[in-house]
Write a protein of this length. Structure first.
Length: 102
């Protein structure tokens, strides 16, 4: 897990933005193959999700269980993140390792 993952989880947009400006890897993987966008989506931070997307985060990448940020947002019942990811183009038909779709 990187510092950017922790910042994305915390929802601190200013810190996430600063870290990205200083060269943090927006696509860094943790041990579960999750990216910072997964962390923001899983912990329900709409402003952080929007920032990461604006900065070019890949929105349809999956983790080791094939969960995308959209699936994680649905699991958290975060309607704002779901809307944001769908508007960006996230695939609502993607299946995770359990065969679940968002």
């Amino acid at each position: 897990v990187t510092a950017l993952h922790f910042a994305a989880r915390s929802g601190n947009v200013d810190i996430v933005n600063l870290m990205l400006e200083k060269g943090a890897d927006i696509e860094a993987l943790d041990d579960d193959r999750r990216r910072p966008l997964h962390a923001a989506a899983d912990y329900g931070s709409p402003d952080t999700v929007k920032l990461l997307l604006e900065k070019g985060a890949k929105y349809d990448e999956d983790d080791k269980w094939l969960n995308t940020p959209l699936i994680l947002s649905v699991n958290c019942s975060n309607e704002e993140n779901v809307r944001t990811l769908l508007k960006k183009g996230a695939d609502p038909r993607h299946k995770n390792s359990d065969g679940d779709t968002p």
